[in-house]
Design a protein around this ligand. Structure first.
Ligand code: PEP
Ligand code: MN
Length: 375
């Protein structure tokens, strides 16, 4: 099912991006002065892409929905003056044409658009034959296939300068984040398409300023390729996303505080050191699988006993005892409760599967004998 994507890596887009790439700018372009001043001040910190929203997809209709096409020129001029390529969100065909006409360098597809294959397809049709980089935000729901689908559609329109923007996923659960990161989803995207750069967007993940640094650092620790942050000359007065935008100086401080992790492929010394540790992991994993397989052999023996004696597979008291004792043992070994619970849930599920198979094999003993008496 996993179709190959044709991706031109960000190092070949012709922009001379740094590693990690830094994309920044106001949530929305609000006035010519705000756009120019923000761009000028954040450019001091060597940003790679200047962003600004011109058309804003807002959840509620009575909030600021963007300044509209007039802002494209402000963005383009600010980009020219500060010698940094600019990017804008496009959500429909009109946006695409206006952005292209204004000479915007890079487009991005927002989370509320990626979620809708009709909307993505219309954008792709409008981009047919145009050589422009497109960044694709994850869909608001945690659906990796939908995210990949947008890349495939863009590829079919001939666009290969592609990168992913990870901005977290909507949730109705209580969370300290505005959009929960669910790191496993972008990590799986990277595993499937290693050549696809992933830029993390802590601003839209956090929805506040306090957590930005922690999330940005986590992204770099994982090995993502860039960071996207919103900055505004007067964040508290911003017309959109006021709580999460940073002043240019706070933005500069945050960027300077990040620890950049080196890519192992470029460090043979680290690769050697890690090889030793990794080969220990490999033999422990082998051992782990042998132990689990031995455990399942015993589970099957118990299954046979249960079949012979017409005993139900699940014995709740035994299961509760297992959960409790393993939780105690595991937490003493510094494993988290969540992990122990998930691990034993998975083991239990596999055990039930094996015992069900045993029960159904040679199902010779009916629970009720031929003359109707209970066995
Ligand atoms: C934005 O980048 O300003 C934006 C609207 O983001 P998202 O699509 O992630 O909500
Ligand atoms: Mn925003």
């Amino acid at each position: 099912m996993s179709k190959e994507l044709n991706i031109t890596p960000i190092s070949k887009w012709g922009f001379n991006f740094k590693t990690p790439l830094i994309m920044a700018g106001p949530c929305s372009a609000e006035s010519e002065e705000q756009m120019h001043e923000t761009a000028k001040q954040i450019s001091k910190y060597n940003i790679d892409i200047l962003r600004a929203g011109i058309w804003k997809p807002r959840t509620r209709p009575n909030s600021f929905e963007g300044i509209g096409s007039v802002g494209l020129k402000w963005l383009k001029d600010a980009s020219f003056d500060n010698k940094v390529p600019c990017a804008v969100e496009v959500a429909n065909v009109k946006h695409v044409y206006e952005a292209l006409r204004s000479g915007i360098d890079i487009l991005w597809i927002g989370a509320r658009t990626t979620v809708n294959p009709f909307a993505v397809q219309e954008i792709c049709d409008a981009l047919q034959g145009v050589d422009i980089p497109v960044l694709v935000k994850n869909p608001i729901n945690p659906d990796l296939e939908l995210w990949i689908g947008a890349f495939e559609r863009l590829n079919r329109a001939g666009i290969t300068k592609l990168a992913a923007l990870h901005r977290g996923f909507s949730t109705h659960e209580q969370s300290k984040y505005r959009n929960i990161p669910r790191w496993n989803i972008p990590i799986e995207l990277k595993r499937r398409y290693p050549q696809l750069a992933i830029i993390c967007d802590p601003s839209h993940i956090c929805g506040n300023r306090e957590l930005l640094k922690e999330v940005a650092q986590t992204a770099l620790d994982i090995g993502f390729d860039g960071i996207h942050l919103e900055s505004h000359i007067n964040p508290d007065k911003a017309l959109s996303d006021a709580q999460q935008q940073l002043t240019p100086s706070a933005f500069g401080e945050l960027i300077a505080s990040l620890v950049v992790r080196e890519n192992i492929d470029q460090n043979p010394e680290a690769e050697n050191q890690l090889d030793t540790l990794r080969s220990r992991i490999d033999s422990l994993d082998k051992y782990l699988l042998e132990v689990l397989s031995e455990r399942m052999d015993i589970v099957r023996e118990i299954g046979e006993y249960k079949r012979e004696h017409n005993l139900a597979i699940v014995q709740p008291s035994r299961w509760n005892e297992i959960v409790q004792t393993r939780m105690d043992m595991g937490t003493r070994k510094a494993l988290t409760e969540k992990f122990i619970a998930e691990l034993f849930h998975a083991i239990h599920k596999e055990s039930i599967h094996h015992q069900t198979e045993v029960m159904q094999q040679n199902e010779k003993k009916p629970a009720i004998s031929e003359n109707g008496t209970k066995k």
